[in-house]
Design a protein around this ligand. Sequence first.
Ligand code: SF4
Length: 252
Amino acid sequence: MIDIFIDNTAIPCNEGQTVLEAARKNNISIPHLCFHPALKPSGACRICGVEVTSPTGRQTVMLSCVLKVKPGMVILTDSPLVRSHRQKAFVRLFRMAPQAHRIRDLAHRYQVDLPPEPDGCIRCRLCIRVCQEIVKAGALKMEKTAAGSQVVKGDGQCIGCGTCANLCPTGVITVTDHDSVRTVAIQDRTVGQLPLERCEACGRMYATSDFLNRVSHISPDHPDTKEHHSLCPACVKLMSTRAVTEMAHLKK
Ligand code: SF4
């Protein structure tokens, strides 16, 4: 038997044991995820780092699951050096498996701050910019929340054009048409809910009234554009094909 010192307490150990095994046997808490008593240690998760003082007095962090005990070894499990190492190791694991509650719970237990859970948005602001610069609705903005910066409903009114969803590189913005209402949402955050208009030719719900009013307002007063605003894109296409065919027929 040999003695090592963990957090200033002498711990009797068997030669060949690891520091983590000695700590577990003596109910000393060191976080670990990749250790299993039936398997050889690998040091893969890296969260079991402890501070070791070398004979020269130098402090370093080593992984307790692979570190073999030595007589008189001095170990700290919760020093500033350990906390800094632990923070980096937990963030690394969290990035690989953000859905894992076990990592989040363990981090919480050891007072490690993790970044907000990824929400599918890469903060490119394309949606905000297109809504502001091109659609001119200003219906989206970036806001600081408890979960970090998020795209939220802006001060302007969404017209349900769907341009933000079309441009979103990660597909996190959705446009859903249901019961004559279009809903634009970023995950569970609704940006706009607007009534849909029916196509006068086929009866299909195809665009929001606000969007059609906007198009009608900004497009020049020309019969080739305005007369088609009450038709869905498919019917407009059909009518133009018919018109072209009829023109060709007349020319014969
Ligand atoms: S759907 Fe709404 S939020 Fe998106 S670009 Fe159009 S007006 Fe802006």
